[in-house]
Ligand binder design. Sequence first.
Ligand code: ADP
Ligand code: MG
Length: 652
Amino acid sequence: MLTQADLVLHLPLRFEDETRITLIAAAVPDAAAQFDVTVISSEIVYRPRRQLICRVEDASGTLLLRFLNFYPSQQKVLQPGARLRVFGEVRGGFWGTEMIHPRFRVLHGDEALPTTLTPVYPTTAGLGQATLRRLIGRALQEVDLGETLPDPIVKRLQLADLAASVRLLHITPQETAQPAARQRIAFDELLAQQISLRQAYAARRMHQAPRLAGDGTLTGRLLSTLPFRLTEAQARVWQEISRDLAEPHPMQRLLQGDVGSGKTVVAALAMLQAVESGHQAALMAPTEILAEQHYRKLAVWLAPLGIEVAWLSGSQKKRDKAVALAKVGAGNTAKCAALIVGTHALIEEGVEFARLGLAIVDEQHRFGVRQRLALKQKGLHSHQLAMSATPIPRTLAMSVYADLDVSVIDALPPGRTPVVTKLVGAARRHEIVARVRELCRSGRQVYWVCPLIEESEALQLKTAEETYAHLAAELPEVRIGLVHGRLKSAAKAAVMTAFVKNEIQLLVATTVIEVGVDVPNASLMVIEHAERFGLAQLHQLRGRVGRGAAESACILLYETPLSATARARLKIIYENSDGFEIARQDMHLRGPGEFIGSRQSGLPLLRFADLEDTALVEAARAAAEEMLAEWPEHAERHLARWLGGRAELLKA
Ligand code: ADP
Ligand code: MG
């Protein structure tokens, strides 16, 4: 349902100037103009095709109006002597100066010209321009655009009047509109988003969750048996999480950290704190490979502590699954699995956790809205930690993740050698193949990532198989493996295990290896058709190497010619190694909407606000907090105007 507020916030795409009448003789070709004319003649011709040709004139000259589609009713009004006001573009045609399908209206007497420009609104199928104009025009007269912000905030931020700003933007082109008007609307939009997300945050905080204070026994033992010490950044975020877990309401935290920053161990610590407190902890990952890798890593870390990890995945044998499910749901403490790792099989119907205290989602942005909702429902009364290796710029995080607390691991563990990035034209592919041969001979391992083909998974698979065949022919002495999304998970796991064990030296892969795979001996990453990948994806892939002490490289093969945008994007990857900086530039290049992939994530696009305007985002956030605390009724009214009945959507 469109509300009046929705209608008046539907701003024009552009404007047409119907405030003036032009003489036919003064018409400029290909520019829109308006004429007052009288019909001289009107006839249907059949060559080259059926059309209505109408000759009209004003004091200065004549003009043809040509209609390829027309109704009999239109033909009827275009009778000699009729006076018309026509609007459209004039061009030189076969029959002389003409207009094709002009908009026209029959004039009755002297009709005054409008005094303001005519807005052209974005339309959708089934809702024509004329109807939309009428609806919006009426809404503009009737809508209540009264101030929803408390006076002190309006004054402090020196905001323009909202009603005046909205009205202005319906009659003034963007180029000439006062920035203050646009800014006011952008601010109100951001404010609505902030209020709504902070409200969702507060609402979830009202729920009870078990206090998982722990006693430090298990976490202490893990820390002392790990082959490394936590970095300062890891220790800090671990403290933040540990503190949240001890609270009697659900943690709602996002853990951001670049690829390889060491989020898994932080997750393990959090899970152990839950177990210390007598609760279960679950870790969900978006792909089988990643989930399995977590499973194996946790099993290794936790075996010395005597803790068993349960495994749940979609491709699991029925019998194994039944056993796992029984353990997950067992009321009897002795039989109950304390830690559960898996794919989205964890949130399917029929999975009952006996005492879930903490749910962790790895690479949370890769899950859909529905899955996130399902997890939220299962874990309504448990603590939640989302992890993401796709850094997002701070303003964006403040905006779209305003309903979460955010922790950031902002430094990599020591001892990593920086990855050297090279851009290489595909014509020099043979050089790269030679380099792969060298590396494999010296005992190193290599990833070879096949081009992303968005349109077709089948095509992508075919390409991967061809690449595999080519490389196998070119490098007969190298042990090559192939992994792609269509493989059954057991087969996939077998290939990955062989790669981990160095039984496979060169791993040809589609992007299934994108997230989380950890093989320190791999020191070269080759990405074909790098220009087709997203920057976050390239950064993730590059993060697969440089995990050991060996000097590592990432070779981005690209196809020429490169478009200007493709060039700009590859340059960003080439020049930057910090994921947050890459994300910032990526967002700058693509705009926040594209960047975050809002349509998939279910987050509404901001229509007016520019997330690169840090100051405005921060001001909106502060104002939202202030209003929720001190002017809750204002906050409600503001939300109603902007979201109408859609506030619930935002909370997904
Ligand atoms: P990500 O944040 O991308 O999930 P991982 O948790 O997979 O990163 O960690 C990457 C690698 O770094 C793993 O091999 C992990 O064992 C190792 N690692 C994690 N923390 C440290 C540390 N403090 N010192 C050294 N190595 C670490
Ligand atoms: Mg990870």
